[in-house]
Design a protein around this ligand. Sequence first.
Ligand code: UD1
Ligand code: CA
Length: 433
Amino acid sequence: MSDRNETTGEGRTGAIVLAAGQGTRMRASGPKVLQPLLGKPLIEHVLDAIAAAGVDGPAVVVVPADDDRVAHALQDRPGVRVAVQPQPDGTGGAALAGLRALEATGLPPRVLVACGDAPLIRPETFAALIERHEQAAAAATVLTAEVPDPSGYGRIVRSGDGERVARIVEDREARPGERGIHEINSGTFVFDTEGLADLLEQLPVQPYKGERYLTDVVQRLVAARKTVAAFRAEQWQEVLGVNTIEQLADAGAILRKRIVYGLMRSGVQIPAPELVWIEVDVEVAPGARIEPFSVLRRGARVGADAVVGPFAHLGPGAQLAARAEVGNFVEVKRSTIGEGAKAKHLAYIGDAQIGPRANVGAGTVFCNYDGKDKHRSVVGEGAFVGSGSLLVAPCELAPGARTGAGAVVTRGSRVESGETWVGVPARPLDPRR
Ligand code: UD1
Ligand code: CA
């Protein structure tokens, strides 16, 4: 939009992500929103989805006053500012703290308020919510879902015509009739920002939790004859909030399925989709096959027609080129495996560069850690690492070099092309023998 005024934020939508709750139901020592979900903290799932939705205004994350771990975790994230909620006085207080931070740089006309503990909402859902808000010319629009088990969530009480929202009632405060409502509040809203700070300031403290509820803004807007619209998420699972360890696992199962089926749709073979663990930001090229019981951690890369597993573990920084094969009980970490190279059984490949068509025998260990530092090793193109070799890093096998079974290649060694080293410590085999 060309008429957008960047200084006042006109035409833009800001974002506030609530992340100052104590997360007591999680019973964890650290902040709930930093709990990892398939390799990425909850809060980052939310921020990434908001960014991918094209929310164009500034983003603020609301953090608690007595714990700087969330602020610390986000300090290197561009485009995200942190606002401190002075007291833990509920979602209403948190939204107000976020709004004040947005005011400091020019309040955008609309704001998306999301929860740092709802990591499954997809970018297209955030975008559709904002669109609905604009179409409905509403003062507030809430993202809802029809869920099989609404317990613990705020319920959406619709007004007479069923089109609009009359109020949101928390589980604890719901009357028996209201408890039966299956349409729940996801905790995500779009608000017009005009007058919102005043409303938030006037929110009463609700006796049960001793908190100010953001949800109470709804009935106040309605009382002021403003429209509160709702947008129902297509997939109810998207809005699941993570309050407990069980819910964290449930959210992981949903996201894992999303990732695995997404890969299959792109042409990756995963014959037992429920038996693989694939985290976020894993890239697998079409034609690759992921066999059962394989674990692919965040950031792993697998090339076309490569084979992973069964029972393989690709850690951070594992990169398999096309047609590489990594089989049973092989762990790969911060290493590249060249085109067509193989490590099919029982190996640890850490901090290594394996050349194309090299073969890493069963039981090989790259001894990358000397107790203090990690070191890198190189195995050249077409090299052959005999079964049970220990390669003490840093060391190198030149292209076509070989080690015999059980060789211990000591640190700083280089096995030249055409040589075969054997024994402990490994020495070149005498070519005359
Ligand atoms: C909230 C909603 C409920 C909705 C549910 C969706 C309220 C009163 N209730 O309940 O209607 O169905 O989310 O998952 O809003 N937070 C702060 N500061 C606080 C308290 C909370 O920043 O003082 C943050 C939390 O970190 C969390 C979010 O707000 O990310 C929601 O708080 P939580 O306590 O989990 O609310 P619920 O009880 O789940
Ligand atoms: Ca919650």
